[in-house]
Design a protein around this ligand. Structure first.
Ligand SMILES: [Fe+2]
Length: 313
Protein backbone atom coordinates (compact mmCIF):
# COMPACT_ATOMS: atom_id res chain seq x y z
CA UNK A 1 0.00 0.00 0.00
CA UNK A 2 1.10 3.60 -0.62
CA UNK A 3 3.44 5.06 1.98
CA UNK A 4 1.82 7.78 4.04
CA UNK A 5 3.58 10.74 5.69
CA UNK A 6 1.98 10.63 9.13
CA UNK A 7 3.92 13.74 10.26
CA UNK A 8 2.13 15.82 7.64
CA UNK A 9 -1.24 14.44 8.72
CA UNK A 10 -0.40 15.19 12.37
CA UNK A 11 0.51 18.80 11.53
CA UNK A 12 -2.88 19.21 9.91
CA UNK A 13 -5.15 17.22 12.24
CA UNK A 14 -3.39 17.64 15.55
CA UNK A 15 -1.90 14.80 17.58
CA UNK A 16 -5.07 13.84 19.45
CA UNK A 17 -7.23 13.58 16.32
CA UNK A 18 -4.66 11.48 14.41
CA UNK A 19 -4.04 9.19 17.38
CA UNK A 20 -7.78 8.64 17.88
CA UNK A 21 -8.21 7.75 14.20
CA UNK A 22 -5.21 5.40 14.07
CA UNK A 23 -5.89 3.65 17.37
CA UNK A 24 -9.51 2.95 16.48
CA UNK A 25 -8.44 1.71 13.03
CA UNK A 26 -6.16 -0.88 14.63
CA UNK A 27 -8.38 -1.73 17.58
CA UNK A 28 -9.58 -4.99 16.07
CA UNK A 29 -11.38 -6.21 19.16
CA UNK A 30 -13.73 -3.26 18.83
CA UNK A 31 -14.75 -4.06 15.28
CA UNK A 32 -18.00 -5.71 16.21
CA UNK A 33 -19.14 -4.38 19.56
CA UNK A 34 -18.93 -0.88 20.92
CA UNK A 35 -17.27 2.23 19.49
CA UNK A 36 -19.29 4.87 17.80
CA UNK A 37 -22.95 5.68 18.10
CA UNK A 38 -24.48 2.20 17.80
CA UNK A 39 -23.64 -0.90 19.84
CA UNK A 40 -23.24 -3.46 17.03
CA UNK A 41 -21.57 -2.75 13.69
CA UNK A 42 -23.14 -5.17 11.24
CA UNK A 43 -20.85 -3.94 8.44
CA UNK A 44 -17.96 -5.74 10.21
CA UNK A 45 -19.55 -9.23 10.38
CA UNK A 46 -18.53 -11.09 7.24
CA UNK A 47 -20.23 -14.36 8.15
CA UNK A 48 -23.54 -12.52 8.43
CA UNK A 49 -23.04 -10.96 4.97
CA UNK A 50 -22.34 -14.43 3.54
CA UNK A 51 -25.48 -15.80 5.16
CA UNK A 52 -27.65 -12.98 3.77
CA UNK A 53 -26.20 -13.55 0.28
CA UNK A 54 -26.90 -17.29 0.62
CA UNK A 55 -30.51 -16.69 1.67
CA UNK A 56 -31.07 -14.27 -1.24
CA UNK A 57 -29.56 -16.73 -3.73
CA UNK A 58 -31.69 -19.56 -2.38
CA UNK A 59 -34.78 -17.36 -2.74
CA UNK A 60 -33.85 -16.36 -6.32
CA UNK A 61 -33.56 -12.70 -5.32
CA UNK A 62 -29.81 -12.11 -5.40
CA UNK A 63 -29.44 -11.22 -9.09
CA UNK A 64 -32.40 -8.84 -8.95
CA UNK A 65 -30.86 -7.15 -5.89
CA UNK A 66 -27.53 -6.81 -7.76
CA UNK A 67 -29.29 -5.19 -10.74
CA UNK A 68 -31.12 -2.82 -8.40
CA UNK A 69 -27.79 -1.86 -6.79
CA UNK A 70 -26.36 -0.72 -10.12
CA UNK A 71 -29.49 1.13 -11.23
CA UNK A 72 -28.22 4.47 -9.86
CA UNK A 73 -30.50 7.44 -10.58
CA UNK A 74 -29.81 11.16 -10.72
CA UNK A 75 -32.14 12.87 -8.28
CA UNK A 76 -32.73 16.61 -8.89
CA UNK A 77 -33.63 18.34 -5.69
CA UNK A 78 -34.50 21.96 -4.86
CA UNK A 79 -33.22 23.07 -1.45
CA UNK A 80 -35.09 26.11 -0.16
CA UNK A 81 -32.68 28.15 2.00
CA UNK A 82 -34.23 31.46 3.10
CA UNK A 83 -30.91 32.95 4.32
CA UNK A 84 -28.98 32.09 1.17
CA UNK A 85 -26.90 34.98 -0.25
CA UNK A 86 -28.59 36.25 -3.43
CA UNK A 87 -25.60 35.40 -5.61
CA UNK A 88 -25.96 31.70 -4.66
CA UNK A 89 -29.61 31.52 -5.73
CA UNK A 90 -29.65 28.68 -8.28
CA UNK A 91 -26.20 27.34 -7.24
CA UNK A 92 -26.06 23.63 -8.05
CA UNK A 93 -24.25 21.04 -5.94
CA UNK A 94 -23.57 17.53 -7.21
CA UNK A 95 -23.79 15.35 -4.09
CA UNK A 96 -22.35 11.83 -4.17
CA UNK A 97 -22.45 9.72 -1.02
CA UNK A 98 -21.42 6.25 0.08
CA UNK A 99 -20.01 4.94 -3.21
CA UNK A 100 -18.17 2.03 -1.52
CA UNK A 101 -16.51 2.08 -4.90
CA UNK A 102 -14.50 -1.15 -4.61
CA UNK A 103 -17.47 -3.25 -3.49
CA UNK A 104 -19.64 -3.16 -6.55
CA UNK A 105 -18.18 -4.17 -9.95
CA UNK A 106 -19.50 -1.83 -12.65
CA UNK A 107 -20.39 1.02 -10.30
CA UNK A 108 -17.43 3.27 -11.20
CA UNK A 109 -18.30 3.05 -14.90
CA UNK A 110 -21.97 3.70 -14.14
CA UNK A 111 -21.14 6.82 -12.09
CA UNK A 112 -18.83 8.17 -14.80
CA UNK A 113 -21.62 7.70 -17.35
CA UNK A 114 -24.11 9.50 -15.07
CA UNK A 115 -21.97 12.52 -14.15
CA UNK A 116 -20.68 13.24 -17.68
CA UNK A 117 -23.77 15.15 -18.99
CA UNK A 118 -24.65 16.87 -15.69
CA UNK A 119 -24.34 20.62 -15.07
CA UNK A 120 -23.37 21.79 -11.58
CA UNK A 121 -21.23 24.40 -9.79
CA UNK A 122 -19.60 22.26 -7.08
CA UNK A 123 -19.23 18.58 -6.25
CA UNK A 124 -19.29 17.19 -2.71
CA UNK A 125 -18.84 13.61 -1.50
CA UNK A 126 -20.10 12.71 1.95
CA UNK A 127 -17.85 9.75 2.72
CA UNK A 128 -17.61 5.97 2.64
CA UNK A 129 -15.42 5.63 -0.42
CA UNK A 130 -14.37 2.14 0.66
CA UNK A 131 -16.34 -1.11 0.93
CA UNK A 132 -14.36 -2.72 3.76
CA UNK A 133 -13.49 -1.17 7.08
CA UNK A 134 -9.96 -2.35 7.76
CA UNK A 135 -8.13 -3.59 4.67
CA UNK A 136 -6.90 -2.20 1.33
CA UNK A 137 -7.36 1.55 1.13
CA UNK A 138 -5.38 2.18 -2.07
CA UNK A 139 -7.86 0.58 -4.49
CA UNK A 140 -10.91 2.62 -3.43
CA UNK A 141 -8.88 5.84 -3.21
CA UNK A 142 -7.48 5.33 -6.72
CA UNK A 143 -10.92 4.45 -8.13
CA UNK A 144 -12.34 7.65 -6.63
CA UNK A 145 -9.60 9.64 -8.38
CA UNK A 146 -10.68 7.97 -11.65
CA UNK A 147 -14.19 9.30 -11.01
CA UNK A 148 -12.72 12.71 -10.11
CA UNK A 149 -11.21 12.96 -13.61
CA UNK A 150 -14.78 13.26 -14.92
CA UNK A 151 -15.88 15.99 -12.46
CA UNK A 152 -15.86 19.47 -13.96
CA UNK A 153 -15.74 21.60 -10.79
CA UNK A 154 -13.94 21.78 -7.44
CA UNK A 155 -14.54 18.70 -5.30
CA UNK A 156 -14.76 18.61 -1.50
CA UNK A 157 -15.33 15.54 0.61
CA UNK A 158 -15.22 14.09 4.09
CA UNK A 159 -14.30 10.67 5.46
CA UNK A 160 -16.92 8.14 6.54
CA UNK A 161 -16.82 5.25 8.97
CA UNK A 162 -15.47 2.91 6.25
CA UNK A 163 -12.58 5.20 5.32
CA UNK A 164 -8.98 5.16 6.53
CA UNK A 165 -7.08 8.36 7.23
CA UNK A 166 -4.33 6.98 4.97
CA UNK A 167 -6.61 7.52 1.95
CA UNK A 168 -6.37 11.31 2.28
CA UNK A 169 -3.07 11.93 0.37
CA UNK A 170 -4.15 9.83 -2.64
CA UNK A 171 -7.62 11.40 -2.77
CA UNK A 172 -6.20 14.92 -2.54
CA UNK A 173 -3.54 14.27 -5.18
CA UNK A 174 -6.45 13.18 -7.40
CA UNK A 175 -8.27 16.48 -6.86
CA UNK A 176 -10.65 15.53 -4.04
CA UNK A 177 -9.99 17.93 -1.15
CA UNK A 178 -10.87 16.30 2.16
CA UNK A 179 -12.22 18.54 4.91
CA UNK A 180 -10.93 17.16 8.21
CA UNK A 181 -12.73 19.41 10.69
CA UNK A 182 -11.84 22.25 8.34
CA UNK A 183 -13.60 24.85 6.21
CA UNK A 184 -13.12 26.79 3.02
CA UNK A 185 -14.92 29.86 1.68
CA UNK A 186 -17.00 29.49 -1.48
CA UNK A 187 -17.45 32.54 -3.66
CA UNK A 188 -20.05 33.38 -6.27
CA UNK A 189 -20.88 36.76 -7.81
CA UNK A 190 -18.89 38.62 -5.16
CA UNK A 191 -20.68 36.91 -2.23
CA UNK A 192 -19.34 34.19 0.05
CA UNK A 193 -20.50 31.21 2.08
CA UNK A 194 -18.71 28.82 4.44
CA UNK A 195 -18.27 25.19 3.41
CA UNK A 196 -17.15 23.08 6.37
CA UNK A 197 -16.62 19.34 6.74
CA UNK A 198 -16.20 17.17 9.82
CA UNK A 199 -14.44 13.85 10.21
CA UNK A 200 -16.62 10.77 10.78
CA UNK A 201 -19.16 11.24 13.57
CA UNK A 202 -20.53 7.67 13.43
CA UNK A 203 -17.77 5.17 14.29
CA UNK A 204 -14.59 7.19 14.87
CA UNK A 205 -16.42 10.08 16.55
CA UNK A 206 -13.62 12.38 15.39
CA UNK A 207 -16.02 15.15 14.31
CA UNK A 208 -15.25 18.58 15.75
CA UNK A 209 -17.59 21.41 14.76
CA UNK A 210 -15.69 23.94 16.84
CA UNK A 211 -12.50 23.25 14.90
CA UNK A 212 -14.29 23.01 11.56
CA UNK A 213 -15.68 26.54 11.88
CA UNK A 214 -12.66 28.05 13.66
CA UNK A 215 -11.88 31.42 12.09
CA UNK A 216 -14.95 31.35 9.81
CA UNK A 217 -16.97 34.59 9.65
CA UNK A 218 -19.99 34.35 11.94
CA UNK A 219 -22.54 36.09 9.73
CA UNK A 220 -22.10 33.99 6.57
CA UNK A 221 -24.32 31.16 5.31
CA UNK A 222 -22.91 27.84 6.59
CA UNK A 223 -22.98 24.58 4.64
CA UNK A 224 -21.78 21.51 6.53
CA UNK A 225 -20.70 18.11 5.16
CA UNK A 226 -20.92 15.29 7.72
CA UNK A 227 -20.93 11.57 7.00
CA UNK A 228 -24.09 10.75 8.95
CA UNK A 229 -27.01 12.85 10.21
CA UNK A 230 -26.15 11.91 13.80
CA UNK A 231 -24.81 15.34 14.79
CA UNK A 232 -27.78 17.27 13.39
CA UNK A 233 -28.73 18.69 16.79
CA UNK A 234 -25.21 19.96 17.56
CA UNK A 235 -24.90 21.41 14.04
CA UNK A 236 -28.27 23.19 14.20
CA UNK A 237 -27.33 24.84 17.49
CA UNK A 238 -23.90 25.76 16.06
CA UNK A 239 -25.67 27.87 13.43
CA UNK A 240 -25.37 25.57 10.41
CA UNK A 241 -27.85 26.53 7.65
CA UNK A 242 -27.56 23.49 5.40
CA UNK A 243 -26.38 19.96 6.33
CA UNK A 244 -25.54 17.39 3.64
CA UNK A 245 -24.86 13.78 4.63
CA UNK A 246 -25.39 10.11 3.82
CA UNK A 247 -24.38 6.89 5.60
CA UNK A 248 -27.83 5.37 6.09
CA UNK A 249 -28.29 4.20 2.45
CA UNK A 250 -31.95 4.89 3.39
CA UNK A 251 -31.95 1.31 4.63
CA UNK A 252 -30.59 -0.29 1.39
CA UNK A 253 -32.80 -3.36 1.90
CA UNK A 254 -36.32 -2.08 2.46
CA UNK A 255 -39.84 -3.40 2.59
CA UNK A 256 -42.23 -2.37 -0.22
CA UNK A 257 -42.88 1.36 0.13
CA UNK A 258 -39.26 2.00 1.08
CA UNK A 259 -39.60 1.14 4.77
CA UNK A 260 -36.09 0.31 6.02
CA UNK A 261 -35.29 -2.76 8.09
CA UNK A 262 -32.12 -1.11 9.48
CA UNK A 263 -30.41 2.25 9.02
CA UNK A 264 -27.37 1.87 11.34
CA UNK A 265 -27.86 5.39 12.56
CA UNK A 266 -28.78 6.97 15.87
CA UNK A 267 -30.78 10.07 15.02
CA UNK A 268 -34.42 11.13 14.52
CA UNK A 269 -36.19 8.87 12.01
CA UNK A 270 -37.04 11.76 9.65
CA UNK A 271 -33.28 12.37 9.15
CA UNK A 272 -32.70 8.85 7.75
CA UNK A 273 -33.41 9.77 4.13
CA UNK A 274 -34.07 12.73 1.87
CA UNK A 275 -34.99 16.25 2.90
CA UNK A 276 -35.50 17.10 6.57
CA UNK A 277 -35.45 20.04 8.97
CA UNK A 278 -34.02 20.42 12.44
CA UNK A 279 -34.93 23.70 14.10
CA UNK A 280 -33.96 26.37 11.50
CA UNK A 281 -31.48 24.09 9.71
CA UNK A 282 -32.32 22.25 6.51
CA UNK A 283 -30.74 18.84 5.89
CA UNK A 284 -30.52 16.22 3.18
CA UNK A 285 -29.54 12.58 3.69
CA UNK A 286 -28.58 10.86 0.45
CA UNK A 287 -29.74 7.30 -0.22
CA UNK A 288 -26.16 6.71 -1.36
CA UNK A 289 -24.69 5.59 -4.68
CA UNK A 290 -23.32 2.24 -3.52
CA UNK A 291 -24.00 -0.60 -1.18
CA UNK A 292 -22.42 -1.82 2.02
CA UNK A 293 -21.94 -5.33 3.41
CA UNK A 294 -24.14 -7.13 0.86
CA UNK A 295 -24.10 -5.53 -2.61
CA UNK A 296 -27.85 -5.64 -3.24
CA UNK A 297 -30.71 -3.17 -2.90
CA UNK A 298 -34.44 -3.70 -2.59
CA UNK A 299 -37.14 -1.02 -2.67
CA UNK A 300 -34.45 1.62 -2.18
CA UNK A 301 -32.82 2.82 -5.42
CA UNK A 302 -29.31 4.27 -5.21
CA UNK A 303 -28.86 7.94 -6.13
CA UNK A 304 -26.52 10.75 -6.89
CA UNK A 305 -28.13 14.12 -6.31
CA UNK A 306 -28.02 17.53 -7.93
CA UNK A 307 -29.18 20.04 -5.33
CA UNK A 308 -30.25 23.48 -6.53
CA UNK A 309 -30.05 26.03 -3.76
CA UNK A 310 -32.86 28.57 -3.85
CA UNK A 311 -33.86 31.49 -1.63
CA UNK A 312 -37.61 30.96 -1.80
CA UNK A 313 -39.23 29.00 1.04
FE1 LIG B 1 -21.18 4.96 6.67
Amino acid sequence: MAEVDYRKLEERLGRHHLEQRLRIQTHHVARLFGQGKVMIHLEHIRTLHKTIRGVLRAGGLYNRGRRNALAVRVHFNDLPCPDLPAAFDGFRILHISDPHIDGNPGLLEKLIQLVEPLEYDLCVITGDFREGTFEDYDTPALRMTQLAEHIKTDMYAILGNHDAIEMVPTLETGGIRILLNEHVMLESGGEKMVLAGVDDPHYYETDNLEKAFEGAPLNHFKLLLAHSPEICRKAAFAGVDLYLCGHTHAGQICLPGGHPLLTNCKCPRECHSGLWHFEEMIGYTSRGAGTSSVNVRFNCPPEITVHRLCRRT
